[in-house]
Design a protein around this ligand. Structure first.
Ligand code: BGC
Length: 261
């Protein structure tokens, strides 16, 4: 069964601004939820160091203000977000843990309506709506390979939020420590050697969750032809179609649809 794409429910005026907070950059753009395309330019500011809640919220507000946007804003974080509270913090300052993200960002963004969610969940939502059609049917695990490994679980396009497969232990090592794209750079691995590690990680996910497909995103999915053919898992592995745009688009979708995990 294939569920309708999320944007099929939206009116044309439901534009929203998406901001993707990452370990190295904070990126934002206005998104047309009918097409999943950016309207105007994408803005990027380096993530403040340390990436404290106040410093990040100030930067998010700067990006939105500079774009002159006063409507809904969606914001992703590399954190588990439940009831608007950050329960974890990866690649941002530990002081995020326990922060009420909605209250914090509302102080900086004023009356705009806000949605805050995990970065991989946001990217997965965007992929379901505008990307690989297989993401919309059956049980699908969407993964992002970047500084860490993010995960998003879908059943017929419906998100089960806040899964954290990047932290699953594979032979005693966290999956993302072994097989993120940052780990590839850190350990100076070529695509074939790195794909061997990704294969070990996917094999474990396959053994435990038996999805119908894995969809692999993050910047390195641009070069999927160099590593996906090396994988031996029996589950189909499909490159995401939205690439780096996904986080911003998913954030904007969540704001337009008032999603609050
Ligand atoms: C975090 C996740 C995040 C992923 C990608 C992981 O380290 O725990 O919440 O989705 O990195 O940024």
């Amino acid at each position: 069964m294939t569920s309708p794409a999320a944007h099929e429910f939206l009116a044309p005026h439901d534009h929203a601004f998406g901001v993707d907070v990452g370990g190295s950059g904070i990126k934002g753009a206005l998104v047309d939820p009918r097409s999943g395309e950016f309207i105007g330019e994408r803005r990027k500011i380096a993530t403040p160091k340390p990436a404290t809640p106040e410093a990040v919220a100030t930067t998010v507000a700067r990006i939105v203000d500079e774009a002159g946007w006063h409507g809904p804003v969606g914001i992703t974080l590399p954190s588990v977000i439940r009831d608007q509270i950050a329960l974890t913090a990866a690649n941002v300052d530990d002081s995020w843990i326990g922060t009420n993200c909605h209250d914090l960002l509302a102080r900086h963004l004023g009356a705009r309506s806000l949605a805050i969610l995990n970065d991989a969940d946001a990217a997965g939502l965007a992929e379901v709506a505008y990307g690989e059609p297989a993401a919309r049917s059956g049980s699908v695990i969407f993964l992002t390979f970047g500084t860490g490994i993010g995960s998003a679980f879908f059943t017929d396009g419906v998100l089960f939020p806040n899964t954290e497969l990047g932290h699953m232990l594979i032979d005693g090592t966290e999956a993302e420590h072994l097989a993120s794209s940052a780990a590839k750079d850190r350990d100076g691995l070529g695509f074939a050697a790195w794909a061997g590690r990704v294969d070990a990680v996917l094999s474990e996910f396959e053994r435990l969750f038996n999805p119908a497909a894995f969809i692999v995103g993050g910047g390195i999915s641009r070069e999927a032809d160099k590593w996906v053919p090396h994988l031996t898992v029996r589950t189909p592995v499909l490159p995401a179609r939205l690439r780096n745009r996904a986080g911003i688009v998913g954030a904007a979708m969540a704001a337009a649809q008032h999603v609050a995990p």
